[in-house]
Every structure is written in C-alpha cells, then in structure tokens.
Design a protein around this ligand. Structure first.
Ligand SMILES: Nc1ncnc2c1ncn2[C@@H]1O[C@H](COP(=O)(O)OP(=O)(O)OP(=O)(O)O)[C@@H](O)[C@H]1O
Ligand SMILES: [Mg+2]
Length: 280
C-alpha cells in the first residue's frame, strides 16, 4: 500500500469555506487626499466578492492593499490567516504563491511569447523542471481556451485573448485566491461574456475571487456578494439579488448607469476659481 504524503504546499491549503482574506479598518490617503476611509472586507475560499465603484473611487488601491503591494496608513489585512506587512519577506513570498493577479488588459510582457508569459511565475517562484513547466503552461492555456497559441507574441493577440493569457498566468501556480482588476474593461460584449464565464468556472473549482469592476452585468453574473465603494467607504453590500432590488439611490444610480442621481459629476480635488485666483 502506498500512502500519499502531502507536500508542504498541499498541507497549507485551506478547506472550502475557510476564511482566506480579512481586511479591517483600512485607511489610505495620498498627498492628504483620503482615498479609503475605513474598509472592512472578508472572503471565504470558493466565494466571489465583487468590489464595484466609479472610476477613481479607490478600487485598485484597495486591491493593491489586499494583495500586500501597498501598505495601508491604518488597518490590517490577513491573507490565509497571516498578517500581511507584519510577516518576514520570505513568508510573504510563500503567501504570494497562493494567490494570482489578473491585471487590466492582461498586462503581458510584450517581448515574451504567450507560453513564456504564462511560465513567468513558475520560473520566478518555483524550481520546477522546464519539461514540467511546459506541461503546466499547456494545461493552463487549455483551461482558458488558448491551447495552440503558445508561440504567438502579445502583439498578435486580440484584447480578449490577452486577457485570457493573463488569467492563464494567474492560474499557473494553482492559486487558492485570485484578484481581478477590471478583467472585462475594453472588451466587446461577446468577449466580456467569455471572460465572465471563465471567472465563474474558475470559482467553481473552489478558488476564492476578488473582482474589481464597473461592468454591472458581469459583476452581477460572477458575484456571490458585492460591495460598493463610494467616497472611500463601503456604502452598500449584498447578494446580486439584493443589489438588483435595492432602493438605495446611490447604488441604483450605479446599477442603472444613470448620469442623474446622488453621485456628483464633480470629482476635481480643487475648485477652479480658487485655483486660478491662487495663481496656481
Ligand atoms: N500611487 C498613488 N499616488 C497618488 N495618488 C494615487 C496613487 N494611487 C491612486 N491614487 C489616487 O487614488 C484615487 C483612487 O485611485 P484608484 O486607482 O484606486 O481608483 P479606481 O477606483 O481603481 O479607478 P479606475 O476605475 O479608474 O481604475 C485616485 O484619485 C488616484 O489619483
Ligand atoms: Mg482601477
């Protein structure tokens, strides 16, 4: 009889439903301008949380703080139960292997082939044999429907294909958690639907997902839970059904995509008249 001994990485993996992300009291300002003023969030393994909010509301900032790429001024983030920013760099690197990031429009390296882009995290963060890496790359490209495109350069891909390669790369290390920043922005409605379905399929594998988007249709289709960021705070939270049915005027305006409503058009940090009279 052979007993399968779990590798250290497998031992670490948390069961479905376990809390994998918790953020408490996150505050962040840039140059005295408050971007986040007390954000609390949590995510369970296998759950998809959508963060919605208009442009400039702090969604990317929030995501960068959750991933440990940026430090909050106040508050704490726990990833897989470990306090981000308060653990040694070596342990943080081990944590990084457990989550993937999908950036806007794929963020591929233009000088590398599709295969080399997907292989990047495997080469940087593991000591896997090249042969094994090639097999994993094929499996991940197959998962996003791009097997056979290994040798193309990013410039030869459409926006939707680039985004899918970006997802394949984020999946390379079999993450338990994926962060997506505007995964469907700039895509046509058909490709948006393809990416939306892919996000859902990946989540069904038990991966936790945090999806930042202002595409309401896609948001409602992927989310188990949605939060709306507005003026640095979470002003609404609910399931897709609750958000669809809400009477909250702020959320309604956003969900319905209307210009009129409580969300002001004015986003400038300074008053024009004051700026001109101040000689600036
Ligand atoms: N590194 C930085 N330095 C200074 N200001 C920043 C920095 N990063 C973000 N900001 C400011 O924080 C605010 C929120 O930016 P953020 O990119 O998080 O918004 P967003 O919701 O992701 O917007 P979008 O939907 O357009 O991507 C903006 O006013 C931005 O100018
Ligand atoms: Mg952003």
């Amino acid at each position: 009889m052979t007993v399968k001994v779990p590798s250290p990485a497998e031992q670490e993996k948390l069961p479905a439903g376990a809390e994998i992300l918790r953020a408490e009291g996150i505050r962040k300002s840039y140059d005295g301008h408050r971007v986040l003023s007390g954000i609390d969030l949590s995510l369970r393994k296998g759950e998809t949380l959508v963060i919605m909010g208009r442009s400039g509301s702090g969604k990317t900032t929030c995501l960068r703080i959750l991933m440990g790429q940026e430090r909050p001024d106040e508050g704490s983030v726990h990833l897989f139960g470990r306090p981000v920013g308060r653990i040694p760099a070596k342990e943080m690197n081990a944590l990084r292997r457990r989550f993937g990031v999908v950036f806007q429009s794929g963020a591929l390296l233009n000088s590398l082939t599709v295969a080399d882009n997907v292989a990047l995290p495997l080469r940087e963060l593991t000591k896997l044999d090249e042969k094994v890496i090639r097999i994993i790359v094929k499996m991940k490209l197959d998962q996003v429907g791009l097997l056979g495109f290994e040798h193309l350069m990013p410039a030869q891909l459409s926006g939707g294909m680039k985004q899918r390669v970006g997802i394949a790369r984020a999946l390379a290390l079999d993450p338990e958690l994926l962060f997506y920043d505007e995964p469907t922005s700039g895509l046509d409605p058909v490709m948006t639907a393809v990416i939306t379905k892919l996000i859902r399929d990946i989540s069904r594998l038990g991966v936790g997902s945090v999806v930042v988007t202002h595409d309401m249709k896609s948001a409602l289709a992927v989310a188990d839970r949605l939060v709306m960021l507005y003026m640095g705070e979470i002003v609404a939270e609910g399931t897709p059904d609750e958000i669809r049915a809400t009477q909250d005027p702020l959320v309604r305006q956003f969900v319905d995509g209307r210009a009129e409503g409580p969300i002001p058009l004015q986003t400038a940090r300074v008053d024009l008249l004051e700026d001109l009279l101040g000689g600036g």
